[in-house]
Design a protein around this ligand. Structure first.
Ligand code: GLU
Length: 303
């Protein structure tokens, strides 16, 4: 008998504030997908972006996950302790002539005026070497020849774009000396042996970049499922910036029921109110990716 394919999922919050409904959806969706597949669920604190990190937020998120019954496997990985791994990956890309130093400022890139899907496309100014008298600010990855990088998303269907023309050579190592999200996430997903990335669709445009980077580093590509994004009445993504309220421990059952409903798995009215553990058990037993809606929507408050 062939051995079943192992499943290893993860939740990777940025500790920029407490867990709110938007991040709860990513936590619940990735947890249920992992547990319904008999898989593991790992936790990674994406605490690299020091200017945005809020002291105490990481512990607060962990306490809330515990109160919700979203148990994780193994020790929590903290990106702030993994600089050596990111430097090694950057070094490998330099050696392979895939990464190059860049001296351009944001303004210079904007002045080039090539609009892409996420701001301006990097015009390739420093690809052939730094202009005379200019110092390196960041490191970028060469995306020439990427073509359309597509993938079959378990929720959103077939998606993708031409990274070279829609994004351009993207940053691996930032001008402020911090490793960029794209590099850290690819290195960590591989190192943690992640087979399935389940996260919010606000990150779906990052995935082709991550696939390109995985190829450049010779790393495996996980399967992806991008969950619908929760928005407020103005259509803005729920986030710290849009003042999304924190999930509080005494409201765990309500919050979980609302997250399940948002993901197309409303628990039957006979079940509510139910304890978090019962809701998660029910969610695991009934989890079906095909029921998860694609489009961004506003959560409906539980009755
Ligand atoms: N740290 C990212 C966030 O909180 C998630 C990254 C990921 O899941 O790849 O939005």
């Amino acid at each position: 008998m062939p051995r079943p394919v192992p499943y290893r999922g993860r939740f990777a919050p940025s500790p920029t504030g407490p867990l709110h409904f938007g991040s709860l959806v990513a936590a619940v969706g990735s947890w249920l997908d992992a547990r319904a597949h008999g898989g593991e669920w790992l936790l990674r604190m994406e605490d690299l972006d020091t200017p945005r990190i809020v002291p105490g937020a990481a512990d607060d998120i962990l306490r809330t996950l515990e109160a919700l019954g979203l148990t994780w496997d193994g020790p929590v990985v903290r990106q702030s302790q993994r600089h050596d791994a990111y430097h090694a990956a950057l070094h490998a890309l330099k050696q392979a002539h895939r990464a190059y130093p860049c001296a351009c400022s944001r303004k210079e890139i904007a002045d080039s005026g090539i609009a892409g899907i996420e701001g301006y496309v990097y015009p390739g100014t420093c690809r052939a070497g730094l202009p005379a008298g200019r110092a390196a600010r960041a490191w970028r990855l060469d995306t020439r020849g990427s073509g359309v990088i597509g993938f079959d998303d378990a929720v959103q269907g077939r998606v993708g774009h031409d990274v070279e023309h829609a994004i351009g050579d993207f940053v691996l190592y930032r001008a402020d000396g911090l490793t960029a999200y794209q590099l850290a996430v690819v290195v960590d997903d591989a190192e943690q042996g992640i087979t399935d990335v389940v996260r919010g669709a606000d990150l779906i445009d990052s995935t082709p970049r991550q696939l390109w980077l995985q190829q450049a580093l010779g790393l495996p590509t996980p399967r992806y499922a991008h969950l619908p994004v929760a928005v407020n009445a103005a259509g803005e993504k729920l986030s710290k910036q849009t003042l999304a309220p924190a999930v509080v421990a005494r409201e765990c059952s309500r919050a979980l029921a609302a997250a399940l409903a948002f993901l197309g798995h409303a628990p039957p009215p006979s079940m509510t109110p139910a304890r978090p553990a019962e809701l998660l058990l029910w969610g695991t037993a009934h989890w079906d990716r095909a029921r998860v809606p694609r489009a961004r929507t506003q959560p409906t408050p539980p009755a």
